[in-house]
Every structure is written in structure tokens, then in C-alpha cells.
Design a binder for this molecule. Structure first.
Ligand SMILES: NC(=O)c1ccc[n+]([C@@H]2O[C@H](COP(=O)([O-])OP(=O)(O)OC[C@H]3O[C@@H](n4cnc5c(N)ncnc54)[C@H](O)[C@@H]3O)[C@@H](O)[C@H]2O)c1
Length: 325
């Protein structure tokens, strides 16, 4: 895989460099430099990109240098963004090491950093040359991060494939065993297939791809305003709140909402959002790049396994509070 490139620069964070680079050692070739950035969503910034560019320039990285992103969604979003603009674009490969990144962030070519406390405000569409994933990485991923990634898998089932959602819920509605990482492989592949099919039909999010944003309008605003809430956790509550909204608008039947509610409640009760700043959330939602007027554009579930997009909703504080209760 790497032999094709005269030189390779690895980008990792302090956790993935420690836990994941040793696993990759046998396949690493032509490595010119390893750049290690600080982990955490708060470091998905333009400033972190500047440091990456400085280090790339210090070793004279050229247009033929490959950037190898080894990390979770934060690292791959940031690394993909750096690759897309360094010398007007160099090739990159994603090696996702978190569950969330394996099933979602590593694929589809959306790159971004956060700006002025707004999620993914600055970014590009720029596809990785390839994505290599290995469930061995998941053995060192903390359980909370496994749950975090699981939410994006649930979302795939909810928006596009009801049987898959049912499989993920498990017979007793307690979900599949996320610590059995080998067993996870087939589910990971299903999620990747769902995402790839949607992205293949609409690479630049002109239409269908917007269904992948289900749960994210509320989720991103929660993530930006709640301390210590991970992306997937915020999306779980976003999916539930948006399902309630969809039901209120007469789009999602009540029995379907109750199934979603029962499952998310079972799983995520521990991290239910607290002391929500509804005003700030509403401001974030209105400032979001996808919303241009007082109407907020949502992707809303129509039933488990089907989702609509470009549904304009006049969202006010009262509605927001009600759907997040
Ligand atoms: N581009 C997209 O299409 C897309 C889709 C969904 C989410 N995202 C983005 O993904 C990000 C969230 O991704 P994430 O949850 O992977 O976050 P993350 O990259 O911050 O990783 C979570 C934590 O796990 C650590 N980690 C990663 N792999 C590990 C391993 N194998 N062993 C031990 N520790 C490990 C990381 O260092 C970090 O501390 C958000 O920024 C979100 O916006 C992007």
C-alpha cells in the first residue's frame, strides 16, 4: 500500500501513536516523519493544522508526499483537511482507529476543523486514496468511545436499513456486545456499505447524502454547548429529539418513536444532557452552515429504515425544550 509513495508522513495523536502505531509497524514503509498532535475535539482547530503544516514544511514534504492519518474521527477530519490544502492538495490515506471513525468519519471525503466554537465550520470535500481498517485497534479503545461509535451505526440502520437497526438492538434490546471486537466486523462492514452507497449517489451533499445528518442538527448544537459530551453521545440525544420532532410533525409514527426511545434510553441514560443552555443551542443551530433563514432544515426519520431531508421547520425555544426533555 505505501510502497507506491516515495515518502510518507504519519499523522497521529498521543493515544493512537502509543496504541496503534506498534500494530501498524510491519506495514509501515517510506516513513519520512511522524507528526503527533494533541488528542481531543478541542484540538480540531486551524491552529493544530498550522502546526502540521510547519512540520511538513520542515521536512520538505512535496506534492507527492502521502499523509497517513492514524486515529479517530477528529484526527482523520483534521488530517484530511490538511491534505486537501497543503500545496493545493496531496494524497492521503485514513487508518481509522476508533469505532466511530471506522463506521463513519474515515469514509466519504468530508474533512473539517471547528472554528469559533462551531463544529466543522471550515472544511472541504476531499476523498482519501483508500481507507484501511482493522478491528484489533478497538481492543484499546475505551468502552465509552465504543458506545460513541455505536450511535453512528444505529443511525445507519435508522435512516436506511430497518433489519440492521433491529440486529444492533439485539434480542433483549440491550444491544450487541461491543467488546467482542472480532464479532463487530460484520456490523462495521454493513455500516460502511450503507454510508458508501449513500455517498456514492450524492458525493457533494446536494440531496440524498443529507440523510446522514439525521440527529446531527440537534446533536452538533448539544456537542458544542455541553461540557464533556462526545460526538456520538450528542448524536444519540439528537436522534431521539429529532425523532420526537418528526412525530410531532406527523411524519414518524408513534410506535416507531417508542422503539427508538426505549433503545436510546436503555443505552445512554448515563450521559443524558444536563443544564442545557437552550438559547445558546438555538443560536448554534441557526448559525450552522446548513441553515440560512429562520427555518431550520432537518433530515427527519419517516419510519425506522427511512429518512427524508430538506424538511424546513420553524424551531423555537419552546419546541427545542420539549423535544429534549
Ligand atoms: N467526516 C465525517 O464524515 C465525520 C462523520 C462523523 C463524525 N466525524 C467527526 O469525528 C469526530 C469524532 O470521532 P471520534 O469519536 O473517533 O473522536 P477522536 O478522534 O477524538 O477519538 C476519540 C478518543 O479515542 C482515542 N483513540 C482513538 N483510537 C484509539 C485506540 N485505538 N485506542 C485508544 N485510544 C484511541 C483518541 O486519541 C481520542 O482521545 C468528531 O470531530 C466528528 O465531527 C466526522
Amino acid at each position: 500500500m505505501l510502497q507506491a509513495y516515495p515518502e510518507v508522513i504519519i499523522l497521529a495523536d498521543e493515544n493512537t501513536s502509543h496504541h496503534c502505531l506498534p500494530i501498524l509497524q510491519p506495514i509501515l514503509k517510506n516513513i519520512k516523519e511522524t507528526i503527533i498532535i494533541s488528542s481531543g475535539e478541542e484540538n480540531k482547530t486551524i491552529q493544530a493544522c498550522e502546526k502540521v503544516f510547519e512540520k511538513m514544511m520542515a521536512v520538505n514534504a512535496t506534492r507527492h508526499t502521502l499523509l497517513l492519518n492514524v486515529g479517530g474521527g477528529m484526527l482523520c477530519d483534521l488530517g484530511g483537511f490538511c491534505a486537501s490544502i497543503y500545496k493545493r492538495g496531496i494524497e492521503y490515506i485514513n487508518i481509522p482507529t476508533s469505532l466511530l471513525c471506522m463506521v463513519d468519519a474515515a469514509f466519504g471525503g468530508k474533512t473539517a476543523v471547528n472554528f469559533l466554537q462551531t463544529k466543522n465550520m471550515i472544511g472541504t470535500f476531499y476523498e482519501p486514496k483508500t481507507v484501511y481498517y482493522n478491528t484489533d485497534f478497538l481492543n484499546t479503545l475505551p468502552l465509552r468511545h465504543l458506545h460513541n461509535g455505536f450511535v453512528e451505526m444505529l443511525k445507519h440502520g435508522l435512516i436506511a436499513y430497518a433489519d440492521y437497526f433491529e440486529d444492533l438492538c439485539g434480542i433483549d434490546m440491550h444491544g450487541i456486545d461491543l467488546t467482542d471486537t472480532k464479532h463487530l466486523l460484520k456490523y462495521i462492514q454493513t455500516s460502511i456499505d450503507i454510508k458508501q452507497q449513500i455517498v456514492g449517489e450524492d458525493p457533494h451533499e446536494q440531496g440524498l447524502r443529507k440523510i446522514l445528518n439525521a440527529g446531527h442538527t440537534i446533536g452538533h448544537a448539544l456537542e458544542a454547548t455541553q461540557k464533556n459530551m462526545y460526538h456520538g453521545e450528542a448524536v444519540a440525544w439528537g436522534l431521539l429529539a429529532e425523532a420526537k420532532l418528526s412525530n410531532e410533525l406527523g411524519i414518524l409514527p408513534k410506535d416507531q418513536l417508542e422503539i427508538i426511545e426505549a433503545f436510546i434510553w436503555n443505552h445512554y441514560i448515563a450521559s443524558k444532557p444536563e443544564n442545557i443552555d437552550y438559547n445558546m443551542m438555538l443560536e448554534k443551530i441557526k448559525n450552522d452552515k446548513k441553515n440560512s433563514s429562520k427555518y431550520i432544515s432537518f433530515s427527519l426519520l419517516q419510519q425506522i429504515g427511512a429518512c427524508g431531508y430538506d424538511i424546513e421547520v420553524e424551531l423555537d425555544l419552546e419546541v427545542l425544550e420539549r423535544i429534549l426533555k
